[in-house]
Design a protein around this ligand. Structure first.
Ligand SMILES: Cc1ncc(COP(=O)(O)O)c(C=O)c1O
Length: 427
């Protein structure tokens, strides 16, 4: 591996093109679908991002939980480099076998407990794709197919219950059931078959069920929607409703899974087992796009057969090598435990700051997933101030500062965060 601590300033970055020119390139030649903050990152390592002048920024966004293992985690980088040098990294058609896919599927299938146990103790099966929203789409297909095949709902009439303030990605079908107007305005016609109800409201869920309902898709904790935990008992209540009405319960843990909230899976806080689970982001440690839908073998076999689904890059060798190494890091380095420990220290310190601040409306968090809602409703103003003093954070739903650093963070680095929050939040 390249030893980054021996790099000279001139070694940083892909090019030595000055920051203002890079920003100009992006502004001129790229779609403006993100409002960028003024930082051009030339190196990322652990919890730190570096600019061209070697200024350090603590990354409290961690690419929306994709970099849970820390940027360029050495174990994952090593695995990827070995695969590249060993000539087992390039895409190979899914019509034949690769050992990298086989071993990744086995590791991933065995990571959660038996999903959908009411369908039997059959083990789990995994369907890999190239990014979170693709696996959300896979889950929607699964739920619809179950409705058609197992429940006898007329094809085309299946309904799925989702929640207000949800975020599941950006494809046409997925934005169709977003309740955030700017995600979908002007992009119609939208996909039918979804009913959105208040997050946390079990009565509303029961009322939304019709004979055509086949499943419920939910984030066990909302990330993009403003960092909200549902009321205690909500996930259990959903489980009971699904069992009573023969519906599939699918958890989207793309952002809150894999250690982020202090447990391997967010659903473990309530001991509720879903029928299907969607993972992405940190499943490949922030290096190669990869996502998965995992479900009971019985259900996966029911919905997907040769020809009914596919993806050229989904489960290709380099992604699977990164995925296997990324899971090993989470397990072997006990990242959920560190998330719980550091998250609890960080949250206590943030609560103390909030008590002395006139800017903070509410602090919400679990593990290293902490939101600071500001009274002004404009979290980005605070995020820009944080960037000036060496810390990257962004907003969740406009009103909340999201604090979600890589899970490898140390106590000294937690202090670095709280010193900066103190500076911008306490007058
Ligand atoms: C809960 C959740 N679902 C789905 C997605 C979409 O993932 P991707 O951007 O990889 O398509 C995200 C992304 O932030 C997410 O947080």
């Amino acid at each position: 591996m390249i030893k980054t601590d021996t790099l000279k300033k001139s070694d940083f970055g892909f090019t030595q093109i000055p920051d203002n020119e890079i920003m100009e390139f992006e502004s001129t030649f790229g779609a403006h679908h993100y409002g960028r903050m003024k930082l051009v990152v030339r190196k990322a390592e652990g919890v730190w991002l570096y600019s061209i002048d070697n200024k350090k920024y603590l990354d409290c966004l961690a690419a929306y939980s994709a970099a849970n293992q820390g940027h360029n985690n050495p174990a994952i980088v090593d695995a990827v480099i070995k695969a590249l040098h060993g000539s087992y990294s390039s895409v190979i058609s899914n019509v034949i076998y690769t050992d990298s896919l086989g071993t990744f599927l086995k590791k991933t299938a065995n990571l959660p407990p038996q999903l959908g146990p009411r369908f039997g103790n059959n083990g789990n099966k995994v369907l890999p794709k190239n990014g979170g929203v693709e696996s959300v789409e896979t889950a929607l297909k699964m739920m619809r197919f179950y409705g058609y095949k197992a429940k006898g709902i007329e094809d085309g009439k299946q309904e799925i219950i989702v929640f207000e303030n949800n975020f599941h990605g950006r494809t046409i079908s997925v934005i169709s059931f977003s309740t955030t107007e700017k995600y979908k305005k002007g992009f119609g016609p939208l996909t039918p078959g979804f009913k959105s109800v208040e997050y946390g409201n079990l009565d509303a869920v029961e009322k939304a069920i019709t004979p055509n309902t086949c499943g419920i898709l939910v984030e066990p904790m909302q990330g993009e929607g403003g960092m909200y935990q549902p009321p205690v008992g909500f996930l259990k209540g959903l489980r009971e409703i699904c069992d009573k009405n023969d519906l599939l319960l699918v958890f989207d843990e793309i952002q809150v899974g894999l250690g982020r909230t202090g447990k391997m899976f967010c659903f473990e806080h309530e001991n509720v087992i879903p029928d299907g689970l969607i993972l992405g982001k940190a499943i490949s440690g922030g290096l190669i796009p990869l996502s998965v839908f995992i479900t009971n073998t019985e259900l996966m076999n029911m919905a997907f057969n040769p020809g009914s689904d596919g993806s050229t890059y989904g489960g290709y060798p380099l992604a699977c090598v990164a995925g296997s190494a990324a899971i090993d890091v989470i397990v072997n380095d006990r990242l959920p435990e560190n998330s719980r420990k550091m998250g609890s220290i960080l949250e206590k310190k943030i609560l103390d700051i909030a008590q002395r601040s006139s800017h903070v409306k509410e602090v919400r968090g679990r593990g290293l997933f902490i939101g600071i809602e500001v009274k002004s409703g404009d979290a980005m103003t605070y995020c820009r101030k944080l960037l000036d003093i060496g810390m990257l954070a962004n907003d969740s739903h406009g009103h909340t500062i999201r604090i979600s650093p890589p899970l490898i963070i140390t106590e000294n680095e937690v202090d670095y965060i709280t010193e900066r929050l103190e500076k911008i939040l306490v007058d």
